[in-house]
Design a binder for this molecule. Sequence first.
Ligand SMILES: Cc1cc2nc3c(=O)[nH]c(=O)nc-3n(C[C@H](O)[C@H](O)[C@H](O)COP(=O)(O)O)c2cc1C
Length: 327
Amino acid sequence: MPDLSVKYMGLDLKNPVIVSSSSLTQTTDGVKRCADGGASAVVLKSLFEEQISSETYKLEGAAQLYSHPEAVDYVRRMGMLLGPKEYLKLIENAKKYVDIPVIASLNCVSPKWWSDYAKEIEAAGADALELNIAVMPGTISGTSEKVEKLYINIVNGIRGAIGLPVAVKIGPYFTFLTGIAEGLSKAGADALVLFNRFYQLDIDVNSLSLKAGYRFSTPAEINVPLRWAAILYSRVGCDMSASTGVHDGDGAVKMLLAGVNAVQVCSTLFLNGIEQISRILERIEEWMKEQKFDGIDDFRGKLSQAENDRPEYYERLQYIKALTGIE
Ligand SMILES: Cc1cc2nc3c(=O)[nH]c(=O)nc-3n(C[C@H](O)[C@H](O)[C@H](O)COP(=O)(O)O)c2cc1C
């Protein structure tokens, strides 16, 4: 029987399939369903910065009456320290009911206050913390360096505050992705999650209004994380997990061949049910038997750029008929 166990940011996982942050993991029941379905770890639904701000809003309003900005600041800080209680409760309960690692998730858009709340998360018993950092640079003033510095500052702040393993989930839209990946690793990230798939904006042409785009990924979307995992494997100084486009066992195998330590799944579970976890695991096992691999490390990174004698293939961006026969 092949051994599916992996190590991911210091956690011992019984297999490489993690359920990623979403509404599937926002209740204790949901977490339990994922664990019963065979997942090796869960990432809880993210707690959003705005949720904490709104919880302290009323208190702030009262403090503002006295026109003492320091008082407002103090109250906000207290709010962050106390934090939304339900999220801490979710961590505590999830830990009681499942025996797989529970990874908490914070959505960060600024470095402010999170370090204190991260300590609360650690105290509640989470096994690790994933930072879902998503900065929307919607203005044309500013610089890319400034935005990237914000990412680094968030990781630095949290890394200094807690001893838990920290993963950083980023989007794919960086000019110099290898640079930010290395910067985050140096700032103390134990793992990178490649990639977040952001809320999609769409337009309704009949009502001339905005609407939400399709929520779920397609298997074709695996190509972006696949390329970057393959490029970063053995170069970036931390672990990696894949997110976006892993829908089946073959997708998981591809990402492991590219070099990730684990895969995170979300859309495929919404579309095919929690049972899809065991189908993915069965396919990985079957493939390992066919290929005669005993453990994941026997083939992890085998098709990464570093292990390939045609490294230029990973960097090609254009279709050129003369070279490939494809226009
Ligand atoms: C309904 C829904 C809710 C999500 N909520 C979060 C969230 O709170 N935090 C987060 O980091 N990612 C969130 N995601 C993104 C997923 O964790 C995942 O990164 C993304 O869907 C890409 O993976 P997939 O192709 O397996 O779906 C959400 C996705 C969906 C579909």
